[in-house]
Ligand binder design. Sequence first.
Ligand code: 2P0
Length: 326
Amino acid sequence: MSKTIIAKAHTNIALVKYWGKKDAQLMLPQNGSISLTLDHFYTKTSVTFDASLNEDQVDFNGQHLTPKQATRISHFLDLVRTKSGETARASVKTSNHVPTSAGLASSASGFAALAAAGSRAAGLDLSLTDLSRLARRGSGSATRSIFGGFVEWHAGHDDISSYAEPIQDPVDWDIQMIAVVLQASKKPISSTAGMQRVVDTSPYYPAWVKTANADLVAMRTAIANHDLTSVGQIAETNAMRMHALNLSAQPAFNYFTADTLTAINAVQDLRAHGINCYYTLDAGPNVKIICASADTAAITGALSQHFAADQLIVAQPGPGISISEA
Ligand code: 2P0
């Protein structure tokens, strides 16, 4: 039996989004992306390779997954086995530290933690850059969750050139996100399938790639300047353009609910009243509000007219991956 390795990875929220692949096999994105890793939401995963197992055993939040449910994880472990020469099946135990069904942990923290624990348990000692490349093969957004603070994923053109690196960690200025956790209806379409449909059918896709590349340049400057207003404006526009791609796909889809629009309107209202806050949204109904900590009370106060206190979670910039032996 191999050593049991435990890894903890935090989730990240993209400020300039990844939404489309140019190579689905290597998981190469159409454009680079920039995210902020958050302290509040994380995944903890342990991996042990065990020659006595006939198949990978995956325990997710205390529940045993069937081989079918564990397919994506097993495929990822196959990649780790190929790289390392490890032949045994693995026992994987993973727990998501996010509000139940909030849809915030996503696959980002999950595959980052699995890449770190799995590769180390298989005897590989990968650099953080190599871990980022490996995590990418599990899920695109996981590429960025290896690192803390502000992180950029370089799109690249092959396995070597597509990886993330920190652009500011620790984050030494006042920027945070308030997650508005909304009741999820059944997801209309997975991220993987949604972004592929957009690449294949949205007539606006070339414009997205062009504007996203310009957003990357502007976002790097805004972060370097500790400029909350510019970070927020660029992120909000970029998010809405991503969702506009979904509305322009054939057939169209969207991740919004009525509550999503309520939260967006509340942010716009707060801004009209002089509170410097902006929103971003991913492949789900939740709204994340970018703001300074001094405005937390004003923002949560306004949102509490529409949502319960436990739907509003204040998250600070968070750390990169940590790895330990059980
Ligand atoms: C992002 N999202 O940059 C974008 C913005 C959601 C919206 O990456 O197919 O789970 O596994 O690479 O990474 C969510 O999609 O998709 C995502 P795959 P993933 O964070």
